[in-house]
Design a protein around this ligand. Sequence first.
Ligand code: GRF
Length: 190
Amino acid sequence: MKNIVIFASGFGSNFQALLDATKDGRLHGKIVGLICDKPGAYAMERARIHSIPVALFERHSFVSKHDMDVAILNQCQDWKADWLVLAGYMRLLSPMLIRAFPRHIVNIHPSLLPKYRGLDAVGQALDQKESIYGLTIHFVDEGMDTGEIIVQVPFEVDVMDRDHIEKRLHALEHQTYPAVINKLIMEESV
Ligand code: GRF
């Protein structure tokens, strides 16, 4: 069984979807811990409910971002992580951390990359009056949402309403992310 460490900064609905998928056998991996950088993030509560170990790393507790990521790397190694799965983690990872897990760090982003990188991708797309939305699951490299694309799922909207678009996106994310992580893990096991 491969060990997965989740990184999240906020609500953690994708973390929940991954957790649910491990419990009902759709994701053949074990979530061994949650890395969080925001005190009070609901993702941590979800972890506690499911007895998943949590490690909170706050940037102000470290002299540099590099030092923080060294501590995160040590934690991931203690948990014997095979895969790092970013699910709404709002920070760029240091090159040192990325190099420690080549092609084993994955992120989900709510746009059809390379369009609308970074924060508030849906808002950026709405500003451009996009009618095609979607998600991208990609390997993490040193850029912001620039890594090799694994999967993209587009959908068309006719109502330019943020709430409506975000609901569709989240439903799609919760269905797609566990399936893609499972596929990556299974491909590695053959
Ligand atoms: C998701 O929309 C994901 O695509 C992006 O951050 C959001 C996280 O939502 N990277 P949640 O915390 O999983 O609910």
